[in-house]
Design a protein around this ligand. Structure first.
Ligand SMILES: [Zn+2]
Length: 88
């Protein structure tokens, strides 16, 4: 497993609107901060300062469950190394 831990039985399949990256994440939400181009909020910021804005540019395309998680993980990992995306 490349994107999610072994034994994960439910994951979200996301595509980033900004960088086009496709990936799996164990977080399930309509949109999440892209781990490739999104900014991670600085948690050490003082209480008087405004929270930095994070852009949730990675949109959930659909959920994958059960054996599909491993299948998607494998196929996405292969895509990174030069495979094509036409399987999706
Ligand atoms: Zn991105």
């Amino acid at each position: 497993m490349f994107y999610v831990p072994d034994g994960t039985d439910r994951a979200g399949y996301y595509e980033c609107e900004d960088c086009g990256e496709r990936f799996l994440d164990v977080r399930i939400a309509p949109a999440i901060v892209c781990p490739y181009c999104g900014e991670i909020p600085d948690m050490e910021i003082g209480p008087d300062e405004e929270m930095p804005e994070t852009k949730e540019s990675a949109r959930l395309i659909h959920m994958v469950e059960g054996e599909d998680v491993e299948k998607y993980d494998t196929l996405l990992s292969l895509a990174i190394t030069g495979g094509d995306y036409s399987w999706i």
